[in-house]
Design a binder for this molecule. Structure first.
Ligand code: BGC
Length: 304
């Protein structure tokens, strides 16, 4: 039985697992994301050992989904706004010392998009966009049934399109990016500003308060939703996708974020009313990234 492995590096956790040839998850696990590169390499070594122990057959390919812009030619992660320890690191030679089977490296959100496309909410779609909103905001594009990689492999960095030119500074060096306006960090910041409370809470807690009727918490999501709508309206005007799939921890806030976003999309995208674009939730949850990475590795291997 052929088995494929995948690993997804998120702001909070590393998620990893094994898939059979049909894309069914056989086993999966997660560990906290290590704080530096050395610890990350050690974690990958241990995860690789664990995956081999759990695999019911030979693992034939391993796919990695990592945050930041990975250059297909130079095999470098150039920039990773939320994980600067990866900046400029030639990961392929480092990984090849740990994992002795064919492997692929790609952007985490592109891999999540590929996962949703193959076995999740994007099945049957021709042109779709997956947007994932968490610590970072990333996206992956499937156009005409193919993962759109761009000239270098960087395509789909929707988290860094500008939605608020006068907004906060972004970790990417720019200002007012979609990521700066809708990430989990921004939800908390919005809440602190609106409620004039300085306590350190998580965006999940802001969601709990919104559910309990806290107006400041609801407004924190509404402000982010407004910018999300701006970003998605431009995305629709640019690509005319049949599906936009929304995932990531912050999307658990559902309508608190989605309603204001939809209002803005309708106002700003002049083709939305005529398009068939469905805006729907992701279905693979926090497994999308490693599932997509494993399926991507499988598909690359089949091309050789
Ligand atoms: C990075 C993307 C990544 C996203 C989610 C963004 O800050 O630029 O490459 O996909 O965060 O991790």
């Amino acid at each position: 039985m052929a088995v494929y492995a995948g690993l997804d590096m998120g702001g909070t956790n590393l998620k990893y697992g094994l898939l059979d040839g049909q894309g069914k998850v056989i086993w999966w696990g997660k560990d906290p994301t290590p704080s530096d590169l050395q610890l990350l390499l050690e974690a990958i070594k241990q995860i690789w050992t664990a995956l081999q122990k759990r695999a019911p057959g030979r693992i034939t390919a391993f796919g990695f989904g990592l945050p930041g812009i990975f250059n297909r030619q130079t095999k470098l992660i150039h920039r990773s706004p939320n994980y600067p320890g990866l900046n400029g690191v030639p990961l392929e030679p480092l990984f090849s010392r740990l994992v002795e089977i064919p492997f692929t490296i790609h952007n985490d959100a592109s891999m999540a998009a590929y996962g949703e496309y193959r076995v999740g909410a994007g099945q049957g779609s021709k042109s779709m966009v997956l947007l994932t909103i968490g610590t970072g905001v990333g996206s992956g594009l499937i156009l005409n049934g193919q993962l759109w990689e761009g000239a270098n492999g960087f395509a789909g960095e929707l988290g860094h399109i500008i939605v608020n030119p006068d907004g906060d500074k972004c970790k990417c060096g720019s200002q007012g990016c979609l990521e700066t306006e809708v990430s989990s960090e921004k939800i908390v910041k919005n809440y602190q500003q609106i409620s004039r409370r300085t306590e350190n809470i998580s965006s999940a807690e802001v969601y709990q308060r919104a559910l309990a009727g806290d107006g400041a918490a609801q407004e924190a999501f509404a402000q982010a939703g407004h910018y999300l709508g701006l970003g998605l309206a431009s995305t629709i005007n640019l690509l005319d996708p049949d599906k936009i799939i929304l995932g990531g921890g912050v999307m658990k806030a559902g309508d608190f974020l989605l309603k204001p976003a939809l209002k803005e999309i309708k106002r700003r995208s002049y083709l939305f009313d005529y398009s068939q674009c469905q805006i729907i939730p992701a279905v693979l949850g926090n497994q999308a990234g490693f599932i997509g990475a494993a399926l991507w590795a499988q598909s690359r291997l089949m091309q050789v």
